[in-house]
Design a protein around this ligand. Structure first.
Ligand SMILES: [Zn+2]
Ligand SMILES: [Zn+2]
Length: 128
């Protein structure tokens, strides 16, 4: 009995997961179709033009990188070719991962060194 019930529950879980996946796929198709209707089939970065023949290489980019944010006016969408889309995302990741460190480095060199020099200089003068 217990075995049968757990099998039924697993089936239910599978269905729920499958439903969620289908819903996500539908949503993706939906915003892609809407974006393609709304905007000319041109890459927003390299201005490459697309036709039905190569339309699969034209992708919908989310400006704020949130795929669940799909306002009906299309303001979060940008049509990009697959290459520019890749670039856009790697740049976004680059910015997140390296910029704070770089900024910190820049601050460290900009502030500590001159002040250290100045301190040493003042010390040398007053002491001497
Ligand atoms: Zn492009
Ligand atoms: Zn994107």
């Amino acid at each position: 009995m217990a075995k049968t019930r757990s099998m039924i529950d697993n089936g239910k879980l599978d269905r729920v997961v499958a439903d969620a996946r289908r819903a996500a796929e539908r949503r993706e198709l939906d915003y892609r179709e809407r974006a393609l209707k709304m905007y000319p089939w041109v890459c927003g970065r390299c201005a490459r033009e697309f036709t039905r023949a190569n339309l699969s290489e034209l992708t919908v980019h989310h400006r704020n990188h949130d795929h669940d944010f799909n306002p009906p006016d299309g303001s979060n969408w940008e049509l990009l070719c697959v290459y520019c889309h890749d670039n856009e995302h790697s740049r976004y990741i680059d910015n997140i991962s390296t910029d704070p460190a770089r900024a910190e480095d820049a601050r460290a060199t900009a502030t500590t060194n001159p002040f250290a020099d100045l301190k040493a200089l003042l010390k040398a003068r007053s002491g001497g």
